[in-house]
Ligand binder design. Sequence first.
Ligand code: ADP
Length: 297
Amino acid sequence: MQFELRGVSMQYPGGVRALGDLSTTISPGVTGLLGPNGAGKSTLMLLLVGLARPTAGTIQLNGADLTGARPALYQRLGYVPQRFTPYPSLTVREFLTYVATLKRIEPKTARHQRVEQVLSLLHLEEVQARRTAHLSGGTRQRLGLAQALLNEPDVLILDEPTAGLDPDERLHFRRIIAGLGQHRTVIVSSHILGDLAQTCERLVVLEQGRLLYHGAVDALVAKALGSVWEMELPETQVDQVSREAVVISTRRAGDRVLVRAASLCPIGPGARPVEPTLEDAYIWLRGASVREGGAAR
Ligand code: ADP
Protein backbone atom coordinates (compact mmCIF):
# COMPACT_ATOMS: atom_id res chain seq x y z
CA MET A 1 0.00 0.00 0.00
CA GLN A 2 1.16 3.50 -0.75
CA PHE A 3 0.77 6.79 1.10
CA GLU A 4 0.55 10.02 -0.89
CA LEU A 5 1.05 13.19 1.13
CA ARG A 6 0.28 16.52 -0.51
CA GLY A 7 1.01 19.81 1.23
CA VAL A 8 0.55 18.29 4.68
CA SER A 9 0.92 20.69 7.62
CA MET A 10 0.15 20.11 11.27
CA GLN A 11 -0.22 22.86 13.82
CA TYR A 12 -1.00 21.90 17.42
CA PRO A 13 -3.32 24.02 19.55
CA GLY A 14 -1.01 26.57 21.13
CA GLY A 15 0.70 27.32 17.86
CA VAL A 16 3.50 24.71 17.50
CA ARG A 17 3.84 23.92 13.80
CA ALA A 18 5.05 20.30 13.95
CA LEU A 19 4.94 19.70 10.17
CA GLY A 20 5.06 22.20 7.34
CA ASP A 21 3.93 21.63 3.75
CA LEU A 22 5.09 18.03 3.42
CA SER A 23 4.64 16.34 0.03
CA THR A 24 5.97 12.86 -0.65
CA THR A 25 5.02 9.28 -1.51
CA ILE A 26 5.74 6.37 0.84
CA SER A 27 5.83 3.02 -1.00
CA PRO A 28 5.81 -0.64 0.13
CA GLY A 29 8.96 -1.96 1.87
CA VAL A 30 10.63 -0.56 4.98
CA THR A 31 10.95 3.22 5.17
CA GLY A 32 12.90 4.79 8.03
CA LEU A 33 11.76 8.06 9.50
CA LEU A 34 14.80 9.90 10.79
CA GLY A 35 15.28 13.19 12.56
CA PRO A 36 16.25 14.73 15.89
CA ASN A 37 13.79 14.96 18.79
CA GLY A 38 11.03 17.39 17.93
CA ALA A 39 11.49 16.99 14.15
CA GLY A 40 7.87 15.85 13.71
CA LYS A 41 8.30 12.07 13.36
CA SER A 42 5.63 11.07 15.91
CA THR A 43 3.24 13.69 14.57
CA LEU A 44 3.62 12.33 11.04
CA MET A 45 2.92 8.81 12.33
CA LEU A 46 -0.20 9.96 14.16
CA LEU A 47 -1.44 11.47 10.89
CA LEU A 48 -0.64 8.33 8.91
CA VAL A 49 -2.63 6.12 11.28
CA GLY A 50 -5.51 8.60 11.40
CA LEU A 51 -5.19 9.41 15.12
CA ALA A 52 -4.79 13.09 14.20
CA ARG A 53 -5.79 15.10 11.16
CA PRO A 54 -3.54 17.50 9.29
CA THR A 55 -4.44 21.17 9.63
CA ALA A 56 -3.73 21.53 5.88
CA GLY A 57 -3.12 19.18 2.97
CA THR A 58 -4.26 15.64 2.18
CA ILE A 59 -3.09 12.11 2.89
CA GLN A 60 -4.19 9.26 0.63
CA LEU A 61 -3.69 5.56 1.18
CA ASN A 62 -3.84 3.69 -2.13
CA GLY A 63 -5.78 6.57 -3.63
CA ALA A 64 -8.40 6.77 -0.83
CA ASP A 65 -8.55 9.83 1.37
CA LEU A 66 -7.32 9.04 4.92
CA THR A 67 -8.46 12.41 6.23
CA GLY A 68 -12.01 11.34 5.34
CA ALA A 69 -11.74 8.83 8.25
CA ARG A 70 -12.96 5.66 6.52
CA PRO A 71 -12.91 2.92 9.16
CA ALA A 72 -12.28 0.14 6.59
CA LEU A 73 -8.91 1.70 5.82
CA TYR A 74 -7.88 1.70 9.47
CA GLN A 75 -8.48 -2.06 9.61
CA ARG A 76 -5.49 -2.35 7.29
CA LEU A 77 -3.15 -0.42 9.59
CA GLY A 78 -1.09 -1.61 12.55
CA TYR A 79 0.51 0.89 14.92
CA VAL A 80 2.95 0.57 17.81
CA PRO A 81 3.24 3.85 19.73
CA GLN A 82 6.47 5.10 21.24
CA ARG A 83 5.73 4.03 24.81
CA PHE A 84 3.74 0.85 24.35
CA THR A 85 2.23 -0.08 27.73
CA PRO A 86 0.06 -3.21 27.87
CA TYR A 87 -2.27 -3.78 30.83
CA PRO A 88 0.20 -4.89 33.53
CA SER A 89 -2.03 -7.46 35.27
CA LEU A 90 -2.77 -9.45 32.09
CA THR A 91 -0.50 -12.21 30.87
CA VAL A 92 0.97 -11.97 27.37
CA ARG A 93 -1.62 -14.42 26.02
CA GLU A 94 -4.52 -12.73 27.82
CA PHE A 95 -3.46 -9.35 26.49
CA LEU A 96 -3.24 -10.58 22.89
CA THR A 97 -6.62 -12.30 23.19
CA TYR A 98 -8.10 -9.09 24.59
CA VAL A 99 -6.74 -7.00 21.68
CA ALA A 100 -7.87 -9.65 19.18
CA THR A 101 -11.39 -9.33 20.64
CA LEU A 102 -11.26 -5.54 20.32
CA LYS A 103 -10.12 -5.96 16.72
CA ARG A 104 -13.18 -8.17 16.17
CA ILE A 105 -11.25 -11.21 14.99
CA GLU A 106 -14.06 -13.77 14.89
CA PRO A 107 -15.13 -16.50 15.48
CA LYS A 108 -13.36 -17.55 18.67
CA THR A 109 -11.41 -20.34 16.94
CA ALA A 110 -9.97 -17.86 14.40
CA ARG A 111 -9.06 -15.51 17.25
CA HIS A 112 -7.32 -18.30 19.13
CA GLN A 113 -5.45 -19.35 15.98
CA ARG A 114 -4.30 -15.83 15.22
CA VAL A 115 -3.02 -15.34 18.79
CA GLU A 116 -1.03 -18.59 18.40
CA GLN A 117 0.41 -17.34 15.11
CA VAL A 118 1.65 -14.00 16.45
CA LEU A 119 3.03 -15.65 19.62
CA SER A 120 5.10 -17.88 17.37
CA LEU A 121 6.08 -15.15 14.86
CA LEU A 122 7.44 -12.88 17.59
CA HIS A 123 8.96 -15.76 19.62
CA LEU A 124 6.71 -15.04 22.58
CA GLU A 125 5.58 -18.61 23.36
CA GLU A 126 7.95 -18.95 26.32
CA VAL A 127 6.57 -15.86 28.04
CA GLN A 128 2.90 -16.31 27.11
CA ALA A 129 1.88 -16.99 30.73
CA ARG A 130 3.93 -14.11 32.18
CA ARG A 131 2.23 -10.92 33.34
CA THR A 132 3.12 -8.05 31.01
CA ALA A 133 4.33 -5.99 34.01
CA HIS A 134 7.23 -8.44 34.35
CA LEU A 135 8.52 -8.32 30.76
CA SER A 136 11.91 -6.92 29.74
CA GLY A 137 11.95 -3.86 27.45
CA GLY A 138 12.70 -5.93 24.34
CA THR A 139 9.97 -8.49 25.06
CA ARG A 140 7.45 -5.72 25.72
CA GLN A 141 8.33 -4.17 22.34
CA ARG A 142 7.83 -7.56 20.68
CA LEU A 143 4.43 -7.80 22.35
CA GLY A 144 3.64 -4.32 20.96
CA LEU A 145 4.46 -5.55 17.49
CA ALA A 146 2.51 -8.79 18.06
CA GLN A 147 -0.69 -6.92 18.96
CA ALA A 148 -0.27 -4.67 15.90
CA LEU A 149 0.04 -7.74 13.65
CA LEU A 150 -3.09 -9.49 14.96
CA ASN A 151 -5.34 -8.13 12.21
CA GLU A 152 -2.73 -8.89 9.49
CA PRO A 153 -2.28 -5.24 8.52
CA ASP A 154 -0.86 -4.19 5.15
CA VAL A 155 0.70 -1.15 6.75
CA LEU A 156 2.75 -1.14 9.96
CA ILE A 157 3.79 2.02 11.72
CA LEU A 158 6.37 1.68 14.49
CA ASP A 159 7.35 4.71 16.54
CA GLU A 160 10.90 4.30 17.91
CA PRO A 161 10.57 0.55 18.44
CA THR A 162 14.22 0.09 19.45
CA ALA A 163 14.38 2.95 22.00
CA GLY A 164 15.66 1.71 25.36
CA LEU A 165 16.60 -1.78 24.13
CA ASP A 166 19.97 -3.37 24.82
CA PRO A 167 22.20 -4.26 21.81
CA ASP A 168 21.04 -7.92 21.65
CA GLU A 169 17.37 -6.95 21.82
CA ARG A 170 17.93 -4.27 19.16
CA LEU A 171 19.57 -6.80 16.84
CA HIS A 172 16.70 -9.23 17.28
CA PHE A 173 14.08 -6.54 16.73
CA ARG A 174 15.84 -5.19 13.63
CA ARG A 175 15.77 -8.66 12.05
CA ILE A 176 12.05 -8.99 12.71
CA ILE A 177 11.29 -5.57 11.20
CA ALA A 178 13.37 -6.22 8.09
CA GLY A 179 11.45 -9.50 7.53
CA LEU A 180 8.05 -7.83 7.90
CA GLY A 181 8.83 -5.34 5.12
CA GLN A 182 8.86 -8.03 2.45
CA HIS A 183 5.09 -8.02 2.08
CA ARG A 184 4.01 -4.76 3.69
CA THR A 185 4.49 -1.04 3.90
CA VAL A 186 6.47 -0.57 7.11
CA ILE A 187 7.36 2.86 8.48
CA VAL A 188 9.73 2.88 11.42
CA SER A 189 11.02 5.97 13.22
CA SER A 190 14.28 6.32 15.10
CA HIS A 191 17.01 8.77 15.83
CA ILE A 192 19.47 5.84 15.93
CA LEU A 193 21.08 5.81 12.50
CA GLY A 194 22.54 2.31 12.85
CA ASP A 195 19.09 0.79 13.41
CA LEU A 196 17.63 2.42 10.31
CA ALA A 197 20.68 1.68 8.15
CA GLN A 198 20.30 -2.03 8.93
CA THR A 199 16.56 -2.33 8.33
CA CYS A 200 15.41 0.27 5.79
CA GLU A 201 15.52 0.54 2.04
CA ARG A 202 14.55 4.19 2.07
CA LEU A 203 14.78 7.10 4.47
CA VAL A 204 12.56 10.09 5.11
CA VAL A 205 14.62 12.70 6.94
CA LEU A 206 12.74 15.40 8.84
CA GLU A 207 14.13 18.53 10.46
CA GLN A 208 11.85 20.94 12.31
CA GLY A 209 8.83 19.62 10.44
CA ARG A 210 10.40 19.99 7.03
CA LEU A 211 11.35 17.21 4.59
CA LEU A 212 15.13 17.23 4.14
CA TYR A 213 15.45 14.00 2.19
CA HIS A 214 13.40 11.08 0.90
CA GLY A 215 15.15 8.38 -1.05
CA ALA A 216 17.37 5.31 -0.91
CA VAL A 217 19.83 4.97 1.96
CA ASP A 218 22.71 4.48 -0.52
CA ALA A 219 21.73 7.56 -2.49
CA LEU A 220 21.94 9.68 0.67
CA VAL A 221 25.45 8.36 1.34
CA ALA A 222 26.39 9.07 -2.30
CA LYS A 223 25.26 12.69 -1.88
CA ALA A 224 28.07 13.24 0.62
CA LEU A 225 30.72 11.69 -1.65
CA GLY A 226 33.61 14.14 -2.08
CA SER A 227 32.40 16.29 0.84
CA VAL A 228 33.85 14.40 3.83
CA TRP A 229 37.42 15.09 4.91
CA GLU A 230 39.88 14.10 7.61
CA MET A 231 42.92 15.98 8.82
CA GLU A 232 45.15 16.26 11.87
CA LEU A 233 45.33 19.68 13.44
CA PRO A 234 46.71 21.38 16.56
CA GLU A 235 43.82 21.80 19.01
CA THR A 236 43.93 25.58 18.63
CA GLN A 237 42.78 25.28 14.98
CA VAL A 238 39.72 23.09 15.59
CA ASP A 239 37.47 26.09 16.32
CA GLN A 240 38.46 27.66 13.02
CA VAL A 241 37.46 24.47 11.11
CA SER A 242 34.11 24.30 12.89
CA ARG A 243 33.34 27.81 11.63
CA GLU A 244 34.01 26.81 8.02
CA ALA A 245 32.79 23.19 7.90
CA VAL A 246 30.41 20.81 9.69
CA VAL A 247 32.60 18.94 12.21
CA ILE A 248 31.43 15.30 12.39
CA SER A 249 33.90 14.01 14.98
CA THR A 250 37.14 14.86 16.74
CA ARG A 251 39.58 12.38 18.21
CA ARG A 252 42.78 13.20 20.07
CA ALA A 253 45.96 11.74 18.50
CA GLY A 254 48.96 12.67 20.66
CA ASP A 255 49.22 16.45 20.84
CA ARG A 256 47.02 16.87 17.75
CA VAL A 257 43.36 16.27 16.98
CA LEU A 258 42.03 14.08 14.16
CA VAL A 259 39.10 16.03 12.73
CA ARG A 260 36.45 14.53 10.45
CA ALA A 261 34.34 17.20 8.81
CA ALA A 262 31.94 17.78 5.94
CA SER A 263 32.54 20.62 3.54
CA LEU A 264 32.11 21.20 -0.20
CA CYS A 265 35.82 22.13 -0.46
CA PRO A 266 38.91 20.78 1.39
CA ILE A 267 38.96 21.97 5.02
CA GLY A 268 42.69 22.78 4.93
CA PRO A 269 45.95 21.99 3.13
CA GLY A 270 46.44 18.60 4.82
CA ALA A 271 42.84 17.41 4.41
CA ARG A 272 42.25 14.06 2.69
CA PRO A 273 38.88 12.97 1.27
CA VAL A 274 37.33 9.90 2.97
CA GLU A 275 34.45 7.54 2.11
CA PRO A 276 31.29 8.89 3.71
CA THR A 277 29.23 6.74 6.06
CA LEU A 278 25.49 7.15 6.54
CA GLU A 279 26.19 9.13 9.72
CA ASP A 280 28.51 11.48 7.79
CA ALA A 281 25.86 11.93 5.11
CA TYR A 282 23.13 12.64 7.66
CA ILE A 283 25.24 15.24 9.49
CA TRP A 284 26.25 16.75 6.14
CA LEU A 285 22.60 16.93 5.05
CA ARG A 286 21.54 18.67 8.28
CA GLY A 287 24.49 21.06 8.05
CA ALA A 288 23.60 21.89 4.43
CA SER A 289 20.04 22.68 5.52
CA VAL A 290 21.29 25.10 8.18
CA ARG A 291 23.62 26.79 5.65
CA GLU A 292 20.69 27.18 3.25
CA GLY A 293 18.74 29.17 5.81
CA GLY A 294 17.39 26.61 8.29
CA ALA A 295 14.26 24.55 8.39
CA ALA A 296 11.02 26.48 8.05
CA ARG A 297 8.41 26.31 10.77
P1 ADP B 1 9.54 13.78 17.17
O1 ADP B 1 8.68 12.57 17.17
O2 ADP B 1 10.39 13.90 15.94
O3 ADP B 1 10.38 13.92 18.43
P2 ADP B 1 7.06 15.25 17.57
O4 ADP B 1 6.17 14.96 16.43
O5 ADP B 1 6.81 14.53 18.86
O6 ADP B 1 8.59 15.08 17.11
O7 ADP B 1 7.01 16.81 17.90
C1 ADP B 1 7.11 17.81 16.88
C2 ADP B 1 6.85 19.16 17.52
O8 ADP B 1 5.47 19.22 17.92
C3 ADP B 1 7.66 19.42 18.77
O9 ADP B 1 7.99 20.81 18.80
C4 ADP B 1 6.72 19.05 19.90
O10 ADP B 1 7.02 19.79 21.07
C5 ADP B 1 5.38 19.47 19.31
N1 ADP B 1 4.25 18.65 19.83
C6 ADP B 1 4.16 17.30 19.76
N2 ADP B 1 2.99 16.88 20.31
C7 ADP B 1 2.35 17.99 20.72
C8 ADP B 1 1.09 18.24 21.36
N3 ADP B 1 0.26 17.23 21.67
N4 ADP B 1 0.76 19.53 21.63
C9 ADP B 1 1.58 20.56 21.32
N5 ADP B 1 2.77 20.40 20.70
C10 ADP B 1 3.17 19.14 20.41
